[in-house]
Design a protein around this ligand. Structure first.
Ligand code: UGA
Length: 438
């Protein structure tokens, strides 16, 4: 069937390409003309494993096109997915201005029934606002409906996640809307949760906030382990073996970053308060997460005594592995905190350095390196900030020989303690016993 996807960021582009591969004829819309030109030329703009090949293949098959014109998107399909950004406002609530702007443009172009589907993460009751906006700006007599179909893709695994969802959530106002969305997702045989739009909107915030809670919980346990010489890795392993808890999202470390979890926790706290509920449970998760970077700084201070003028390698700037996304990046936060302490930073990331450069103010105390070894050369300490595979497989003897003082603070608990000891490194993981310099 014909489908329009409005907004071609990390979610929208993967969704557009995925729908095309399922056999739908997809038109992707984005207001950024330069980006649309690159997409039309087969350049995905973002780094997401497997995406570039699929983009080119679907364009070659004639099932995927891009435009800047929302009106063209409205003409193209009976179903329009909105995938625009919903960043945080200063008070933590979601900024829905991009959403509103898109909805007004859709309204102006409507000439007959369309199903408008929110895929962006939005506060509960947004579908009512979308409906009201369409009613206000559409010519009288034109039919439309609004549904919520939240997305659960993880960056870095988004293509895989698109084709292997745990479940699909369809928040629909009617049988007609349910049937249309049912047709879009007919090829999937996973559980489909069919519900109303308000419930679907809450499901998305409830999931992301729960994931954040789980991460902050294990990070709190890591803090206790550090004070009691216990090992959080083994605690998490044993917890995860309990089927009621499960092993995922129990990796202690620098905490959660990215464009979703931090923002969605803030937004959900705000939504709770708007409805007279005290979401201090989530405030605590947020507070634990915010002190992760400081925890790494403290480890560095304990190891180096003075940070001023020390050369520190920060290994990893993407907020997680397999992406070039640096929004909410803990690696960048560590780099900023080090610069504030007077240190010099040597930054390495296999995919995210260019985007990091856009966010970090240039300074003679900041150097970007093409290789891990370039970052480690002459460094007083190194911080592992992103769990890139390259870092797991490091030649540790070479690390010790390359650094000026072989001190590694492992913000992602990637390295094996025995291997580190054998290589003669001083090693400070998170929530696990350190290895002293010998
Ligand atoms: C998250 C959700 O996992 C997706 O389901 C959702 O669709 C997406 O937000 C969204 O709302 O668009 P994402 O932000 O791509 O996906 O990344 P996650 O895999 O959730 O990781 C978030 C952060 O938590 C990363 O910084 C990661 O390093 C950190 N993390 C994750 C931990 O610190 N410990 C863990 O055990 C797991």
């Amino acid at each position: 069937m014909e489908i329009t996807v409005i907004g071609t960021g990390y979610v929208g582009l993967v969704t557009a390409v995925g729908f095309a591969e399922l056999g739908h004829r997809v038109l992707g819309v984005d207001r950024d003309a330069a980006k649309v030109r690159r997409l039309q030329a087969g350049d995905p703009v973002i780094y997401e494993p497997g995406l570039a090949e699929k983009l080119v293949a679907q364009q070659g098959a004639g099932r995927l096109h891009f435009t800047t014109e929302i009106a063209a998107g409205v003409r193209h399909a009976p179903i329009l997915f909105i995938c625009v950004g919903t960043p945080s406002l200063p008070d933590g609530s979601a900024d829905l201005s991009q959403m509103e702007a898109v909805v007004r443009q859709i309204a102006a172009a409507l000439d007959g029934y369309r199903l408008v589907v929110e895929k962006s993460t939005v506060p509960v009751r947004t579908s009512s606002w979308v409906h009201r906006t369409l009613r206000l700006y559409t010519r009288p007599g034109i039919e439309f409906e609004v549904a919520s179909n939240p997305e659960f893709l993880r960056e870095g695994r988004a293509v895989h996640d698109f084709f292997h969802p745990d479940r699909i959530v369809l928040g629909v106002p009617s049988q007609r809307a349910g049937d249309l969305l049912g047709e879009v997702y007919a090829p999937f045989h996973c559980p489909k949760v069919i519900t109303d739009p308000n419930t679907a909107e809450i499901i998305k915030h409830a999931c992301n906030s729960f994931l954040a809670l789980k991460i902050s919980y294990i990070n709190l346990i890591a803090e206790l382990c550090e004070r009691t010489q216990a090992d959080v890795h083994t605690v998490a392993q044993a917890m995860g073996l309990d089927q009621r808890i499960g092993p995922e999202f129990l990796e202690a470390g620098l905490g959660y970053g990215g464009a979703c979890l931090p923002k969605d926790v803030q937004a959900f706290i705000h939504i709770g308060e708007e409805h007279g509920l005290d979401f201090s449970l989530l405030k605590e998760a947020d507070a634990i997460n915010r002190r992760r970077v400081d925890g790494i700084l403290q480890k560095l201070k304990r190891a180096l005594w003075i940070l001023e003028d020390k050369e520190i390698a920060v290994l990893g700037l993407a907020f997680k592995a397999n992406t070039d996304d640096v929004r909410g990046s803990q690696g960048l936060a560590v780099a900023r905190a080090l610069l504030d302490s007077g240190a010099r930073v040597r930054l390495w990331d296999p995919h995210a350095a260019a985007r990091a450069q856009e966010l970090l103010s240039p300074s003679e105390r900041v150097a970007y390196t093409d290789s891990i070894w370039g970052a480690l050369e002459g460094a007083h300490a190194a911080v592992i900030a992103t769990p890139w595979e390259e870092l797991r497989a490091l030649d540790l003897a070479r690390v010790a020989a390359t650094m000026l003082t072989p001190i590694v603070v492992d913000g992602r608990n990637l390295l094996d303690t025995e291997a580190v000891r054998a290589a003669g490194l001083e090693y400070h993981p998170v929530g696990r016993p350190s290895v002293a310099f010998t």
